[in-house]
Ligand binder design. Structure first.
Ligand code: AMP
Length: 398
């Protein structure tokens, strides 16, 4: 019997949804309700290659959007009848959630308690859960946390060298994000290596608009580049990654920025966009670089350099490496970024296979290194499948 899960990713003004076949990971229906709360709110979805538009009144809220999604589902009884659960992506699980969980009143309270650490995400996730529970009252709802995969990190990796009571009293530590993606590609890599995940030492690089890299030793996450918030680490589309921690106070005290302006600067105006002064989009920068734009080149060079530094550091952390994995929009598609990275790592035993590197794009997963290199894979991530599988698993645990 088919088992399908509705996977929801609720942001402050959007809801991404997909019906996932738990057995295959295929998205049978997927869509986006966006611009919620303003006049241009709309709902779009794709079913079996057919794109369609659903009705959504102007200024629709989360509840309106979920009701519209229910209406869409009713057009596809074969999907609707096979739904067994709803899986919710929740960005921050703090230290409370080390794995996914069936949602009840206590769980919602705990997600609420963590909201101060993810003020842009957790309240929206929670609003989505409430609306989805009203729209699908007969289905179990499961929360899947972006942070949970990294709860295996040891204390020496997740603490900042700050006064200890900031950790004990306020939970200030590194949490890591993109957990479902790192989990998925790590397991795919183990499968491709024909090894048990618990025997695999891996470095997984999720490179999209947001970027993170994870050190995975014997199948468990031992370090990652995103920290207390999704700002630390690699150069990202519009986020700065690592900077000197005294820069925010310098910007405020010496240059007159407000704290909100600093937050916006570091999150929305930095990274590839900030350096290139052109775009946060890697593909656009590659095109501009090819035309001779020096800012585009500098932004891409910095992106690769930071990545190379982290891979070097994580090689030291994980021990004998089984594989390096690229994923995310850039990691899955940019043959340029992958080859530049591996060229700079050639003295550490990496060598790209140029043909395979060109082939492994646009959804194709596989090896992109030569036989004498540490194995390097490009793997198309499927976070929705992880959420769907967990939703089924944790539904059945009750
Ligand atoms: P994501 O956030 O995972 O959707 O990834 C978005 C990033 O992937 C953007 O920077 C895109 O420019 C980049 N990307 C998507 N396709 C390509 C491509 N063919 N070549 C280079 N970058 C790409």
């Amino acid at each position: 019997m088919n088992q399908y899960v509705l996977v929801l990713n609720c942001g402050s003004s959007s809801i991404k949804f997909a019906i996932i076949d738990v057995a295959s990971g295929d998205a049978l229906l997927q869509g986006l309700a966006e611009n919620l709360g303003n006049q241009s709110s709309q709902l779009r979805y794709t079913h079996a290659q057919q794109k369609a538009q659903g009705a959504l009144s102007a200024a629709a809220n989360h509840q309106d959007a979920l009701n519209a999604i229910v209406d869409v589902l009713q057009q596809f009884p074969e999907l609707n009848q096979a739904l067994v659960a709803v899986g919710h992506r929740v960005v921050h699980g703090g230290e409370t959630f080390t794995h996914s969980t069936l949602i009840n009143a206590e769980v919602k309270q705990a997600i609420q308690k963590t909201a101060h650490m993810a003020p842009l995400h957790n309240p929206a996730n929670l609003a989505g859960i409430e609306s989805a529970q009203a729209a699908f009252p007969n289905l179990p709802h499961v929360a899947v946390f972006d942070t949970a995969f990294f709860q295996t990190m040891p204390k020496h990796a997740y603490l900042y060298a700050l006064p200890y009571d900031l950790y004990t009293k306020h939970g200030i530590r590194r949490y890591g994000f993109h957990g479902s993606s790192h989990y998925f590609v790590a397991h795919q890599a183990a499968h491709l290596l024909h090894k048990d995940i618990h025997q695999c030492n891996l470095i997984t690089a999720h490179l999209g608009n947001g970027c993170s890299i994870a050190a995975i030793k014997a199948g468990r996450a031992v370090d990652t580049s995103l920290g207390f918030t999704p700002l630390e680490g690699l150069v990202m589309g519009t986020r700065c990654g690592d900077i000197d921690p005294s820069l925010p106070s310098f910007l405020i005290d010496q240059l007159g920025y407000t704290s909100q302006q600093v937050t916006d600067l570091l999150n929305k105006q930095s990274g590839l966009l900030g350096i290139s002064e052109l775009s946060n989009d890697c593909r656009a920068l590659e095109e501009e670089q090819a035309k001779g734009n020096r800012h585009a080149k500098l932004a891409l060079d910095m992106f690769v350099y930071r990545l190379v530094k982290y891979i070097g550091a994580y090689l030291a952390v994980v021990g004998p490496l089984d594989a390096l994995v690229f994923t995310g929009g850039i990691g899955e598609n940019s043959a340029y970024i992958r080859s530049q990275t591996l060229i700079q790592l050639s003295h550490l035993g990496f060598e790209i296979d140029k043909l395979r590197n060109q082939q492994m794009r646009f959804g194709r997963s596989g090896l992109i290194s030569v036989a004498t290199s540490h194995p390097v894979y490009a793997i198309a991530t499927n976070e929705e499948w992880v959420i769907a599988q967990d939703a089924l698993q944790y539904t059945n645990k009750t």
